[in-house]
Write a protein that binds this ligand. Structure first.
Ligand SMILES: *[C@@H]1O[C@H](CO)[C@@H](O)[C@H](O)[C@H]1NC(C)=O
Ligand SMILES: *[C@@H]1O[C@H](CO)[C@@H](O)[C@H](O)[C@H]1NC(C)=O
Ligand SMILES: *[C@@H]1O[C@H](CO)[C@@H](O)[C@H](O)[C@H]1NC(C)=O
Ligand SMILES: *[C@@H]1O[C@H](CO)[C@@H](O)[C@H](O)[C@H]1NC(C)=O
Ligand SMILES: *[C@@H]1O[C@H](CO)[C@@H](O)[C@H](O)[C@H]1NC(C)=O
Ligand SMILES: *[C@@H]1O[C@H](CO)[C@@H](O)[C@H](O)[C@H]1NC(C)=O
Ligand SMILES: *[C@@H]1O[C@H](CO)[C@@H](O)[C@H](O)[C@H]1NC(C)=O
Ligand SMILES: *[C@@H]1O[C@H](CO)[C@@H](O)[C@H](O)[C@H]1NC(C)=O
Ligand SMILES: *[C@@H]1O[C@H](CO)[C@@H](O)[C@H](O)[C@H]1NC(C)=O
Ligand SMILES: *[C@@H]1O[C@H](CO)[C@@H](O)[C@H](O)[C@H]1NC(C)=O
Ligand SMILES: *[C@@H]1O[C@H](CO)[C@@H](O)[C@H](O)[C@H]1NC(C)=O
Length: 666
């Protein structure tokens, strides 16, 4: 069987070398099941191929791509090019038999820069395959670009391992995903640290990155993974497997260097074999720095931060702005090398103000593009200086979490209103489960209202003072607030990140009215009322049945604005127990006629004393009957951290735990 395949392959290669030319410039092959739950004996797999070609290759019939081909979605015709099954093919009865899948890429990027000259495209294929599938697939051909340091004009091989056997956790594996610019430019003779991005939909997988090899007997793919560009990087090139970081010095200018890597996912650090193997092959280019070159390479400064992940709906047009900064007079951005999802249009580069350059991307993601879609860009100036790559991921078909606008009383953020100067717990809720951002440099800042000065910032990327739990983010502060002042909170892009895949990010909150609070001024308040506005009441109708008056003067912090006594300790409020849904288990909270209802959510606890009646009733009932699940999580989280950071609350903790159990049991 395999011999036949080899024969076919051989014939194809022979034929291929007639129509192909020296034009291959790398690519990526990855895949994922459309649904990773095992159902029956087959699974639908979405296979993704992306290849880069040399734009000037004569095999295109003298045709040179332009941005217009991106708009039209032109197919890149490189002759009879096929992705085929290469090993153990009998395990996958339904994988398209020889010649395989026609590798006709849809144009996604066309780069007319004289150095880059790259034509990139991608193709998605949905396959229905048996769960027994354990095959090596790949695209083998001739030839690589001629101007290579090693391997120029020789054969390519780009292969991927697809194993659909259920994982130890009974899901079907997804391969790692990665992205790159087609050509990454560095100065000759300068030590370089280059990070290749890698990620995995199965968040707990351990990713390792290694060189592609020709050792067909020992490598996981059992076939040449890199053809003639194995070890094509300069001698002494280092690779750190765990973070896919390359270190090297390019020795020769005006030439390209092929880099061929395999990214593999292990179920755990102790697993002997990976579950899949994703190839990534691309080029480095070395240049001699020219006399007038700027000392600083351009940088892409946003609008989105590098490595951002943004949830976007399908079929809705989006525009994204790439902002580039230059640092010398006369330094001009002449090109932006890109690797894009297909259909994404790239505008001409504009220069609205000195030192600032802008390209606008417009894209309507299709339903068929659901899932992660990477975009990478690198800006090149008139001296061939290239910025560091800037890559963002769109999660098509997912919504990013958004922070919920805090409202007074029973709100989604706590505290708002008036708080003590020793207030140290702050929490806010998002519209979906959230986690820590994957990047450092995502700050939450507390600002003084009068001057806008930030008095306290935490980097949510790693700060232990920012805690993510369920739908809730808790911030533990260590500052004594100044009495009588007002503060507001700002949050960077991605402060709340979704829990799916690359953690789609919340939008930044910069509005100073979004979340603000005042610090109780004991001097002012003890002079019995006068200065503050009298409390107003308004009516909240809940569940259509209970109507309760809410005292809006009782803020979430629990301090009545006009209160003269705000120094009492843990107390209880008496409320009539709810008439319905008595728990079946004996608990101290709901058996009696009057019952204790501690509300540790609203710290400090003086809340209950200060505005005992209406709100307390509302709270108790609300908690039990119509608090959404996420509010409960917030409640639980808040209590947890109150207790964690305020050990004096231990007595209340036990009592509270019991209450929570009762609430959750319903
Ligand atoms: C995957 O299939 C399972 C079982 O049919 C189903 O419950 C689940 O909703 C599916 N997931 C998605 C994302 O379609
Ligand atoms: C070939 O496929 C079978 C069935 O999935 C699998 O058990 C076996 O390990 C595979 N062999 C190789 C060499 O990949
Ligand atoms: C790797 O193997 C391929 C195919 O067997 C061969 O054409 C190529 O020359 C080999 N490359 C190296 C660097 O040995
Ligand atoms: C990659 O890992 C190595 C070894 O742990 C470390 O020295 C290096 O700083 C890491 N690189 C990056 C970019 O994180
Ligand atoms: C680059 O600079 C080196 C050292 O000055 C020189 O030897 C080499 O010829 C230059 N290469 C090109 C292409 O300019
Ligand atoms: C290219 O950039 C340099 C500064 O980086 C500038 O001095 C020079 O004039 C620019 N050349 C052209 C042709 O724009
Ligand atoms: C972009 O620039 C090219 C060449 O300068 C020009 O032909 C084209 O009209 C421009 N496109 C837009 C949308 O301005
Ligand atoms: C973020 O910063 C912290 C502290 O400086 C550091 O320990 C951590 O490795 C950084 N993480 C990333 C992803 O850079
Ligand atoms: C604070 O920021 C707001 C809007 O961001 C601005 O209107 C106001 O002038 C700023 N105040 C000071 C003192 O800078
Ligand atoms: C204030 O506290 C004192 C002592 O704790 C108490 O006697 C008094 O009634 C309180 N006043 C109000 C308005 O709650
Ligand atoms: C915060 O300050 C209030 C009023 O001064 C005091 O009653 C309360 O015990 C303090 N809380 C903590 C945790 O120190």
């Amino acid at each position: 069987m395999e011999q036949v395949l080899y024969l076919v392959l051989f014939i194809l290669l022979t034929l291929g070398s007639v129509s192909d030319g020296s034009h291959f410039r790398g690519g990526i092959i990855s895949w994922r099941p459309l649904n990773n739950t095992v159902q029956g004996t087959t699974v639908q797999v979405l296979l993704h191929q992306r290849y880069f070609w040399w734009r000037l290759f004569s095999g295109f019939g003298g045709y040179l791509c332009t941005e217009n081909d991106v708009a039209l979605g032109t197919s890149i015709n490189v002759g009879s090019a096929y992705l085929t099954c290469l090993k153990n093919c009998s395990s996958s009865s339904t994988f398209p038999p020889s010649p395989g899948i026609l590798a006709l890429m849809t144009t996604s990027d066309c780069d007319t820069n004289p150095i880059i000259q790259s034509w990139g495209g991608e193709l998605y294929t949905t396959l229905t395959l048996p769960l027994t599938t354990s095959i090596t697939i790949g695209y083998v051909g001739s030839a690589w670009l001629t101007a290579l340091y090693i391997g120029g004009g020789l054969g390519w091989s780009i292969v991927n391992r697809m194993n659909l056997a259920p994982r130890p956790d009974y899901y079907i594996n997804s391969s790692p995903v990665t992205t790159t610019l087609p050509v990454v430019m560095y100065q000759r003779g300068v030590p370089v640290v280059h990070v290749v991005q890698m990620a995995d939909n199965d968040a707990t997988d351990v990713l390792q990155c290694r060189w592609g090899t020709n050792q067909t007997t020992t490598n996981y793919n059992q076939i040449s993974e890199c053809g003639d560009v194995c070890k094509a990087m300069p001698p002494g090139t280092g690779l750190t497997a765990s973070n896919c970081t390359l270190t090297f010095t390019l020795p020769k200018a005006a030439i390209y260097y092929a880099c061929a890597l395999q990214i593999e996912d292990y179920y755990s650090a102790s697993s002997p074999n990976p579950m899949s193997s994703v190839p990534i092959q691309f080029l480095f280019y070395a240049y001699n720095i020219s006399a007038g070159a700027c000392a600083t390479v351009p940088s892409i400064i946003g609008v989105r931060p590098n490595r951002a992940c943004i949830g976007v709906p399908a079929n809705v047009p989006l525009t994204e702005t790439v902002e580039i900064q230059t640092y010398c007079p006369g330094q001009t951005i002449i090109d932006l090398v890109t690797s894009s999802p297909y259909g994404m249009r790239h505008s001409n580069i504009t220069n609205p103000s000195p030192g600032l350059w802008i390209m606008t991307l417009t894209w309507t993601p299709l339903t068929t593009q659901s899932g992660p879609q990477g975009f990478c860009a690198g800006a090149i100036d008139n001296s061939s200086l290239q910025s560091a790559p800037w890559c963002i991921t769109y999660l098509v078909g997912y919504d990013s979490p958004n922070l919920i606008l805090p409202v007074l009383v029973q709100g989604s953020a706590s505290p708002i209103g008036t708080v003590f100067s020793n207030q140290s717990l702050f929490s806010i809720q998002a519209t979906s489960a959230v986690g820590r951002p994957s990047r450092n440099g995502t700050n939450v800042c507390f600002h003084l209202d009068t001057t806008n000065a930030s008095v306290l910032c935490y980097d949510a990327g790693y700060s232990p003072n920012v805690i993510y739990t369920g739908y809730t983010i808790v911030i533990v502060t260590t500052l004594t607030w100044t009495p009588g002042q007002s503060y507001y909170v700002t949050m960077d892009n991605g402060f709340a990140s979704g829990s799916v895949f690359c953690h789609a990010e919340s939008l930044a909150i910069t509005d100073k009215t979004f979340w603000r609070f005042d610090i109780w001024n004991p001097a002012l308040s003890s002079t019995t009322t006068t200065t503050t506005t009298p409390p107003t009441t308004h009516t909240v109708t809940s569940l259509g049945t209970t109507t309760t008056s809410i005292n809006t003067a009782c803020t979430t912090s629990g301090i009545v604005v006009t209160s003269t006594n705000a120094s009492t300790t843990t107390t209880t409020a008496s409320t009539t127990p709810p008439t319905t849904a008595a728990p079946t288990t004996a608990g101290p909270t709901t058996t009696g006629v009057t019952t204790e209802s501690t509300i540790p959510v609203f710290y400090p606890l003086d809340f209950e004393n200060a505005c005992k009646q209406p709100v307390a009733i509302m709270s108790a009932i609300a908690m039990v009957f119509f608090m959404p699940v996420h509010a409960l999580a917030m409640y639980a989280a808040f209590t947890k951290f109150t207790n964690m950071y305020k050990p004096s609350n231990i007595a209340a903790k036990t009592r509270h735990k019991q209450r929570m159990q009762n609430i959750l049991r319903r």
